[in-house]
Design a protein around this ligand. Structure first.
Ligand SMILES: [Zn+2]
Ligand SMILES: [Zn+2]
Length: 242
């Protein structure tokens, strides 16, 4: 007997789940915490897209690499992919995970990755390196949301996707949300370091993983540390972009 499935059914009858985005009751479907209507509102990042940040290029393809989202960035990695745009239902899921202790929505974020064209292929055969939280933040939140997402991605994407916590956040920088791009870069200087027990394999492909791509400053600061530590084959991936 499928006890897990039976229990899910039991809880659904007595404690119906509500959509984290609009509050409606969630019926059976791909997502556990998004209703079908909100599920359909997710915008996946298909091709053509920017090679550095993964943002889809809508309409006519612009000449050269002129993505307005990452023009300023000198990427320390090769390719960046994002599963979907960080808006509406995706924003609600990430917000619940980061600020409402809703650890359980990490599964739905991995479902976004499954539905996003080519996204899991980008992760296959790689070691995922979650962007770390500072100890203080980790204590406060109880978990690192990027690590939770990475572990779910490894569960849905197969055994070729592994997860290793190779980085540490050594400086407790203030929340980056209200800083300009330039200030973010200054704040993040030396904020990350290789973890004490980290071992880098020369012939391994690594993919840095974060929940959201905003300016790319955090991911690029992490990429710089991995590069300096001997990583040659390095890409990045995020669930949302915006
Ligand atoms: Zn909804
Ligand atoms: Zn871009």
């Amino acid at each position: 007997m499928d006890l897990g499935g039976w229990l899910d059914g039991f809880f659904d009858v007595f404690f119906p789940r509500s959509c984290v985005s609009c509050g409606k009751v969630v019926e059976a479907g791909d997502f556990r915490h998004l209703c079908a209507g909100c599920g359909r509102r997710v915008v996946y990042a298909g091709s053509p897209r920017c090679d550095t940040c993964g943002y889809p290029i809508f309409g006519a393809v612009e000449s050269g690499r002129s993505c307005p989202h990452c023009l300023h960035l000198r990427p320390e990695y090769r390719v960046g992919r994002t599963a979907c745009l960080f808006q509406g239902p995706v924003r609600a899921l990430v917000h619940a995970l980061k600020y409402e202790r809703a650890e359980y929505v990490a599964r739905d974020l991995s479902i976004l990755a499954v539905h996003s064209p080519g996204f899991l292929d980008h992760l296959r055969g790689a070691v995922l390196v979650p962007v770390p939280l500072h100890r203080r933040k980790l204590r406060e939140r109880g978990y690192n949301q990027s690590e939770l997402i990475a572990r779910r991605l490894s569960a849905v994407g197969g055994s070729s996707i592994r997860v290793e916590n190779l980085l540490e956040r050594v400086v407790d920088t203030p929340s980056q949300t209200h800083y300009s791009r330039k200030d973010r870069q200054t704040n993040l200087k030396n904020a990350f370091a290789l973890a004490g027990n980290a071992a880098i394999m020369a012939d391994t492909r690594y993919v840095l993983l974060d929940d959201v791509f905003t300016t790319g400053s955090t991911l690029n600061a992490c990429a710089k540390v991995l590069r300096r530590s001997g990583v040659k084959d390095l890409d990045i991936a995020t669930i949302g972009h915006g």
